[in-house]
Design a protein around this ligand. Structure first.
Ligand SMILES: NC(=O)c1ccc[n+]([C@@H]2O[C@H](COP(=O)([O-])OP(=O)(O)OC[C@H]3O[C@@H](n4cnc5c(N)ncnc54)[C@H](OP(=O)(O)O)[C@@H]3O)[C@@H](O)[C@H]2O)c1
Length: 315
């Protein structure tokens, strides 16, 4: 089977096409014939060697974490999934495993039936960013009506889920995005939109109850300037040192710095599928054929698009 692998850390040029044997499944695993997988910023952070502490330095490495496809084979302990079922899912260890191959072996507990109403690319875009958005909502706790929430970097995959999930909360959402994202942020439910290419969010002199930085460019220190007393800053891109550091600093300040880690689970996926059923939009900006994987990663890493970028096999 064909697979995308890399043998060293680096840019998109280290990604190679390889010919490999199909993986063998364990008793509680399924073999999935992959149709689509989505690109997440984590893919290139790992490939560039920026997450070595968690990813380790063992090669070859695969890329991609969430996928969709059809079940090819099930292990003897698997129930509820059958050969031919259309499914989507996520790898168990996002730091050490990848889905960039024609066939993958994954635990049945992290594979779910794909609703017929969404495409394979849309389904493959749900687990990582969808469950991260739910983790963010959970960390926000009880949201009081009228609470001011700033979503910085609002129209990537994470922001797309978060804004739409926040819509029912009664909060006032301010989204920060570049020009092409403005109309999407509004249509997803943001009450106010700041185009960061025209205006600096700090210049508004507004104060927020919750600030979440999905761009990875604001940081807690800057965010403090626009946080109310007792506000929280949510950080999905912490540097390793910030994880224990935030816990300690939070003991001495009323403006809390909280780290978010996504945790894909059946409960979270069911909640997301409910939201999709009720109209949550999954915007796919561009889908590349598998053979154009290098171009796909270059495009995704350049940024400047709304929603998700995916790669699909032609079958
Ligand atoms: N902790 C976890 O479990 C977890 C899970 C999922 C994702 N994440 C992380 O969360 C972050 C967001 O994920 P994502 O998938 O949504 O990434 P993404 O699709 O790359 O979105 C990031 C957004 O930030 C915007 N942006 C760039 N520069 C900006 C600036 N100066 N000011 C405001 N916005 C700016 C980008 O817009 P333009 O491209 O238009 O500039 C883009 O839409 C990533 O760093 C990802 O690694 C963490």
């Amino acid at each position: 089977m064909k697979a995308i692998v890399y043998q060293q850390f680096g840019g998109t040029d280290v990604l190679q096409l390889a010919d490999q044997a199909r993986p063998v499944i364990g008793p509680d695993q399924v073999l999935v014939r992959v149709k689509a997988f989505s690109i997440n910023p984590m893919d290139w952070k790992i490939r560039q060697g920026k997450m070595k502490l968690m990813s380790g330095s063992k090669f070859p490495k695969y890329t991609g974490a969430d996928f969709s496809g059809t079940i090819e084979k099930t292990g003897p302990a698997v129930t509820g999934l059958r050969k031919g079922d259309a499914v989507f899912g996520v790898v168990k260890n996002l730091m050490k495993q990848g889905v960039s191959a024609e066939y993958i072996a994954v635990p049945a507990s992290l594979v779910w039936h794909k609703p017929a109403e969404i495409t394979f690319s849309q389904a493959a875009s749900i687990p990582v960013v969808g469950t991260a958005a739910l983790a963010a909502l959970q960390k926000m706790g009880t949201i009081h009506p009228g609470a001011e929430i700033l979503v910085n970097g609002a129209t990537g995959g994470f922001g797309m889920f978060l804004i739409q999930l926040l819509k029912q909360s009664g909060a006032r959402i301010t989204a920060v995005t570049s020009t092409h994202g403005v109309r999407f942020a509004r249509s997803w439910g943001a009450h106010s939109v700041i185009d960061y290419t025209l205006e600096n969010v700090l210049d508004r002199k507004s104060a927020y109850d919750i600030v979440i930085d999905l761009s990875g460019k604001m940081g807690y220190k800057t965010a403090r300037q626009i946080m109310k007393e007792k506000a929280i800053f949510l950080n999905p891109t912490p540097k390793p040192i910030e994880i224990p550091g935030a816990l300690i600093k939070n003991l001495f300040t009323s403006k809390k710095h909280i780290v978010i880690l996504s945790n894909p689970s059946t409960k979270a996926i069911e909640q997301l599928l409910d939201a999709v059923n009720q109209g949550l939009q999954i915007e796919i900006n561009k889908t590349f054929p598998f053979e154009s994987f290098n171009e796909a990663y270059q495009y995704a890493e350049r940024g400047g698009y709304v929603g998700k970028v995916t790669i699909e096999f032609n079958w």
